[in-house]
Ligand binder design. Structure first.
Ligand code: ARG
Length: 264
């Protein structure tokens, strides 16, 4: 119910963006952001180069560079598996209007098998040209990192119902247990497939347009590792409604085999 409403909202936003011919990137962005200005919902601007693997997708979603040719995103951001040259990925910049941005077209979409709007919210987009100048984000393939404090980032709305952002925003959010999250969402969570994060008091969260982007943390070697994919939530940053993310560790081997099948 909650999930359906959120996904529908995204589709509407994506359709509006497509219809408009471009995303609302030129949006009035943020006239002089004071230190207390809420971003991503409760975050701050990311520095150029801070998260080199962050990808903006033209349908109004985020993604992470998984390999030079593959972007990991959410299933609800894409259409069915098959040839797809309609998506443009923007990479290498925090400012989507920067002249140093890299833009690459898609040539194929692989959507999680069995995806039906409930769980399994992951997909791979293959780029027509490999991007070798940016570091990739490795995915967690054990549950070892499915806890602690996570970083979230994206060009989505900085508040519920707000505009898409020109500059990449970031924030950190604490892990929320499946039990708490399921209690918050009245049993709508799929514990094996989803991982939640946020403050009980709300205030910091991903939001519309951040979908598909990564939730990540440091691993034992201090490298960034992806533990989640922005999936859904009830509104944004509301108290006792944490963000719900695809639990990457659960799908890691499926993602790796799909990636191999797409040429790596
Ligand atoms: N489904 C949304 C999107 O398409 C992401 C929602 C995330 N919501 C949240 N409260 N964390 O962009």
């Amino acid at each position: 119910m909650v999930r359906w409403r959120t996904l529908t909202g995204l589709l509407a936003a994506a359709l509006a963006a497509v219809t408009a011919g471009s995303l609302t990137l030129a949006a009035p962005a943020v006239a002089d952001a004071g230190p207390a200005t809420p971003y991503v919902v409760g975050g701050a601007r990311a520095a150029q180069g801070e998260f080199p693997f962050m990808v903006r997708l033209s349908m109004g979603c985020g993604g992470a560079l998984y390999s030079p040719r593959l972007v990991l995103t959410a299933a609800h951001c894409v259409g069915a598996t098959g040839t797809n040259t309609s998506i443009t990925a923007t990479l290498g910049v925090v400012d989507l209007q920067s002249s140093s941005r890299i833009t690459v077209r898609s040539n194929y979409v692989y959507r999680a098998p069995g995806y039906n709007g409930n769980g399994k919210d992951w997909a791979l987009i293959r780029l027509a040209t490999p991007v070798t100048s940016l570091s990739t984000l490795k995915i967690a393939n054990t549950t070892a990192y499915d806890n602690g404090t996570f970083t979230i980032a994206g060009w989505g709305a900085a508040r519920e119902g707000g505009a898409q952002q020109r500059y990449l925003l970031k924030a950190t959010v604490p892990f929320v247990s499946d039990a708490t999250c399921n209690a918050n969402y009245g049993g709508d969570i799929i514990p094996a497939e989803e991982i939640c994060a946020g403050y009980a008091s709300g205030g910091v969260d991903t939001c519309q347009g951040d979908s598909g982007g990564p939730m990540f943390r440091r691993d034992a070697s201090n490298a960034w590792i992806q533990v989640g994919i922005v999936s859904w939530g009830n509104g944004c940053a509301r108290p006792n409604y944490p963000g719900v993310y695809t639990q990457v560790s659960y799908f890691a081997s499926a993602i790796a085999s799909a990636a191999a099948g797409l040429g790596g």
